[in-house]
Design a protein around this ligand. Structure first.
Ligand SMILES: [Zn+2]
Length: 233
């Protein structure tokens, strides 16, 4: 029987421990909701032969950005999914949104790697071989990393569309396009990365919904179905 390699998804539940994240008007803490959705999503993914899911935290522990990013090095996932809950000074603002890394940030990361300003990065074998055989060819290195980043960004945008499609069936989407940001957690050179804001904790109705197990399940399921549809195609 042919054994196919599972797709490893790293699920990062935002905040935790001393860091509650955003807090709703009724006292709901972002760190609790992100963890609950992350655990439910892991269960769904692990029940599918296609996937293997890894959590950056599975309890209310403190986790530095560095520790979260260390998972990327050691687990080498096909995708990083960071789960968060949004907040706003205006309580009427609501809906789900998706964030991916900006081109500017990624070009900065690529330049730092080429100038060796970054700690050692573990590239895939094909890339590390190319780098080894062309140690001093800066242009070639830059071209390869740019190409890889473009591929990742195309994937992030496609996958975001799949996620929006599923979210639209269960809740309000704040903006049906990914937003671009210079976020450290999304800036890995080797892993496509998406951050999902699963609604606004500062919106009364969304805070009420986010607290319920059924809504957390719906969110986790929407993300799961999107991942399944994306990776099966
Ligand atoms: Zn957050």
């Amino acid at each position: 029987m042919k054994k196919t390699k599972k797709i490893t998804i790293l699920i990062d539940a935002g905040h935790g421990g001393q860091d509650p994240g955003s807090i709703g008007h009724k006292g709901l803490k972002e760190k609790e909701i992100t963890l609950k959705i992350a655990i439910k999503l892991k269960k769904l993914l692990d029940n599918n032969k296609l996937f293997h899911a890894v959590l950056t935290r599975n309890n209310d522990s403190d986790l530095s950005l560095k520790n979260r990013k260390n998972f990327l090095k050691h687990k080498n996932p096909s995708l990083l999914l960071s789960i968060h809950v949004d907040s706003s000074k205006q309580s009427y603002v609501s809906g789900i949104s998706i964030w991916i890394v900006s081109k500017n940030r990624m070009h900065r990361e690529i330049n730092n790697i080429i100038k060796n300003k970054k700690e050692k990065i573990y590239f895939s074998k094909s890339i590390s071989d190319l780098f080894k055989n062309n140690k001093n060819d800066v242009d070639l290195k830059k071209t390869i990393l740019d190409l890889q980043f473009n591929n990742f960004q195309t994937m992030e945008i496609k996958l975001s569309n799949y996620i929006f499609q599923e979210f639209k069936k269960i809740t309000k989407v704040n903006k049906e396009q990914p937003n671009y940001a210079s976020l450290e957690i999304l800036s890995s050179i080797n892993t496509p990365s998406i951050l999902i804001e699963t609604g606004f904790i500062t919106n009364f109705s969304e805070e009420r919904k986010l607290k319920t197990i059924s809504y957390q399940k719906n969110i986790a399921n929407a993300i799961y179905v999107a991942l399944k549809n994306y990776f099966q195609n």
